[in-house]
Write a protein of this length. Structure first.
Length: 115
């Protein structure tokens, strides 16, 4: 099993910044993908950004140029730096770790952007 602990959510004004962190523990395999998804009220969960263990990244079009995903493999931690936040970024953000064809999810952290 893999456990994911997220931190860094909160309330911020439009144009502000937040950094989310997600630390993985447990049965960790070196080959994996980590990422962030988000789910707004009444909407489906959607991919925000992902990063492979070798550092290849993928971003949703809506966050390109504003968000940056990074990871520290020694700490089994993934980060999401969010800049120029908009009210439409308001959602619960979930960390994902995919390894050995299994998906592990964090508990979610609320990000609220006020206008």
């Amino acid at each position: 099993q893999v456990q994911l602990v997220e931190s860094g959510g909160g309330l911020v004004q439009a144009g502000g910044s937040l950094t989310l962190s997600c630390a993985a523990s447990g049965r960790i395999f070196s080959i994996n993908v980590m990422g962030w998804y988000r789910q707004a009220p009444g909407a489906q969960r959607e991919l925000v950004a992902s990063i492979t263990n070798s550092g290849s990244t993928n971003y949703a079009d809506s966050v390109k140029g504003r968000f940056t995903i990074s990871r520290d493999n020694a700490k089994n931690t993934v980060y999401l730096q969010m800049n120029s936040l908009k009210p439409e970024d308001t959602a619960v953000y979930y960390c994902l770790r995919r390894q050995s064809e299994y998906d592990y999810w964090g508990q979610g952290t609320q990000v609220t952007v006020s206008s």
